[in-house]
Ligand binder design. Structure first.
Ligand SMILES: NC(=O)c1ccc[n+]([C@@H]2O[C@H](COP(=O)([O-])OP(=O)(O)OC[C@H]3O[C@@H](n4cnc5c(N)ncnc54)[C@H](OP(=O)(O)O)[C@@H]3O)[C@@H](O)[C@H]2O)c1
Length: 264
């Protein structure tokens, strides 16, 4: 199977203007997929589109996952023009603030972008997949979708929510020809920490050391594509930080002791 799985598939990627989403767009174009690139920044998407292996087999569709009207409009356009084989729900924002320092509006924004928006988009494009009895949802969670750590409360909650929703969807779609793969990255070197919001919603504007020492995007994407092609249900991809998930499962008290000392 491998990379051939993606050939001639129509794949919609949210958050394609940076980091992991951009990496998926480049790799999937090279693998022969028709890629639809979405995010808020049209010019950045167009620049990436022009550098794809096959720019004429791609399209830019702007979307703001914070805005339900924008999600509805993008889905309507896509449903009218395409039969989507795979959607990579990748758009997301992280957080760098303790609970008591985080404004409610900031928390709502994180939850809307990372979870509610993804669930809304899914519901709007699912009917055509069900009709054709084929499709694949790839969902970007995180190690923090399995473990809550200081200063990531709402980010972690939004990623945990993705597991609940997409595990349920997978169960509902048993034997339907539609698959769900949830990816849980550890540290990957992107702008995620730079764009992460502080309590008042302003971006942190600096890249964390953990991120700088993280996995390269191309390495992450290569590993993820291998698992997606095998229709894996869930993948944990990263360095030693992913051990936390295993420790939580077998030694939860030990993990609590480790996590409370994390000065994130
Ligand atoms: N990098 C890591 O270490 C790491 C670890 C665990 C999980 N993840 C997850 O991986 C995914 C990709 O993150 P990344 O590391 O590639 O971060 P990134 O470089 O900051 O990219 C984030 C992407 O999300 C898009 N986005 C943010 N808000 C949006 C909105 N309201 N509407 C539409 N698009 C929006 C951004 O595009 P625009 O600004 O153009 O809208 C950008 O393309 C995220 O879901 C993140 O939580 C990353």
């Amino acid at each position: 199977m491998g990379i051939k799985y993606f050939q001639d598939k129509t794949i919609w990627i949210t958050g394609a203007s940076s980091g992991i989403g951009e990496g998926f767009a480049r790799a999937l174009s090279e693998a022969g997929a028709y890629v639809i690139l979405s995010s808020r920044r049209e010019k950045v998407l167009q620049e990436i589109q022009s550098q794809l292996a096959f720019p004429n087999r791609s399209k830019v569709v702007t979307i703001d996952m914070e805005d339900n009207n924008s999600i509805d409009a993008a889905c309507e356009m896509i449903n009218n023009e395409f039969q989507i084989d795979m959607v990579i729900l990748n758009a997301g924002i992280s957080q760098r603030s303790r609970i008591l320092d985080t404004e409610f509006q900031t928390e709502q924004r994180i939850m809307q972008t990372n979870f509610i928006g993804a669930a809304r988009l899914t519901k709007l494009i699912l009917p055509k997949m069900v009709e054709k009895q084929k499709g694949h949802f790839v969902v970007l969670s995180s190690v923090t979708g399995k473990i809550g750590v200081p200063t990531r409360s709402m980010y972690s909650a939004s990623k945990h929510a993705l597991h609940g929703y997409f595990d349920s969807l997978r169960a509902e779609l048993t034997d339907s020809g539609i698959f769900v793969t949830i990816l849980c990255p550890g540290y990957v070197y992107t702008n995620i920490s730079k764009n992460a919001v502080l309590g008042d919603g302003a971006p942190q504007n600096s890249i964390d050391e953990n991120s700088k020492n993280g996995m390269l995007v191309d390495t992450f994407v290569e590993k993820a594509l291998k698992g997606i092609a095998k229709k894996k249900q869930e993948m944990l991809i990263g360095g030693k930080e992913t051990m936390g998930v295993v420790i939580k499962r077998f030694f939860p008290s030990l993990l609590n002791n480790i996590i409370k000392k994390v000065n994130a």
